[in-house]
Design a protein around this ligand. Structure first.
Ligand code: 13P
Ligand code: SF4
Length: 320
């Protein structure tokens, strides 16, 4: 059985490489994808890096091994190019936690506020957003506004709370969370720390405030990756999705990485949406050139403005 699976993966790999070349495709993958997909991608990165690559791409097709809001962002930044997501069901709990009508009513209650939205939102939410941010630039985007500017931050209350904490601001927060990060507990981390007193804790800002308080480093997936590579420390407790460990281990083969267990029955924190993408679905997406991301021109026009504004600020601040 295992031999058949390995053979099948090898066949998909061969075919994906062949189709990518034949069809002039850019294959983008997020760090939370399975290792086989990361290894075959043209670029692996965080949401910010992936958005930038999609905007610059001059290809016939972008295949996005990530989740829906990422592929949607790629389509908005490169509307003439066919953008394919291997599984259209690959959503995001944060994007789902912010429905348009409820959010509009929330914004109406705070008329003198601007809206900063995390990139993990639908295109519809981006149409009522002034500027988008990612975990890789959120602090700098917020700090690019005067201190007396009133701000609504959505949808992640953990990331928003973290920024309020470190900047001393008082942004109004939408009550959304990432179901993968928010369940990680201080109990699980403290017990890992007790067993591994020489380990540093790196955490994604989507984790809850109590976990972030314990962290030696808080940052985006790219930020955590760089930190573990550059640090003199040899052991790390990693409070985020498991996919990132593949790159951490590749960049620092002699260092030791420990995943924070999400509960007693599971030693892994897999994002159920990111992990919907498989080598088989990737192969089929390349072969059939679908499922494609379809967006109406009006929606693209409105929703891409705050993303472009984010990219402009990020370039000016040399973050990309
Ligand atoms: P990054 O932008 O840090 O890659 O995070 C994206 C994400 O969805 C984290 O859950
Ligand atoms: Fe969304 Fe959380 Fe999955 Fe990231 S890890 S894609 S925020 S559900």
């Amino acid at each position: 059985m295992l031999i058949i699976d390995i053979e099948q993966t090898m066949n998909y790999k061969k075919e994906i490489i062949r189709l990518k070349k034949e069809k002039n495709v850019l294959l983008l993958a997020h760090y939370y994808q399975i290792p086989e997909i990361q290894d075959i991608a043209d670029y692996v990165g965080d949401s910010l890096g992936l958005a930038q690559k999609a905007a610059e791409a001059k290809v016939d097709m972008i295949v996005f091994a990530g989740v829906h809001f990422m592929a949607e962002t790629a389509k908005m930044l490169n509307p003439e190019t066919l953008v394919v997501l291997p599984d259209l069901e690959a959503g995001c709990s944060l994007a789902d936690s912010c429905p348009l009508d409820d959010f509009k009513a929330f914004v109406d209650k705070h008329p003198d506020h601007i809206v900063i939205s995390y990139i993990n939102t639908t295109a519809a939410i981006k149409t009522v957003t002034d500027v988008v941010c990612t975990s890789g630039n959120a602090v700098q985007i917020v700090e690019s506004f005067p201190r007396d500017q009133k701000i609504i931050f959505a949808p992640d209350k953990n990331l928003g709370g973290y920024i309020n904490n470190i900047t001393g601001r008082n942004m109004v927060l939408w009550d959304g969370i990432c179901e993968v990060h928010d369940i990680l507990t201080t109990e699980a981390i403290i017990s890992l720390k007790e067993e591994n007193p020489d380990a540093s804790l790196v955490a994604h800002p989507e984790c809850n405030a109590a976990v972030l308080e314990l962290a030696d480093y808080v940052g985006s997936t790219t930020g955590m990756l760089k930190y573990t590579e550059q640090s003199n420390q040899q052991k790390f407790i990693v409070a985020t999705e498991t996919g990132i460990l593949h790159q951490m281990q590749k960049l620092s083969p002699n260092k030791h990485f420990l995943v924070v267990p999400s509960d007693e029955t599971c030693s892994c924190n897999d994002c159920p949406y990111m992990k919907l993408n498989t080598m088989e679905k990737l192969y089929l997406a390349l072969k059939n050139e679908k499922p494609a991301i379809e967006l109406d021109a009006d929606l693209i026009e409105k929703a891409k403005k705050p993303i472009e504004r984010m990219l402009e600020i990020s370039k000016k601040l040399k973050l990309i």
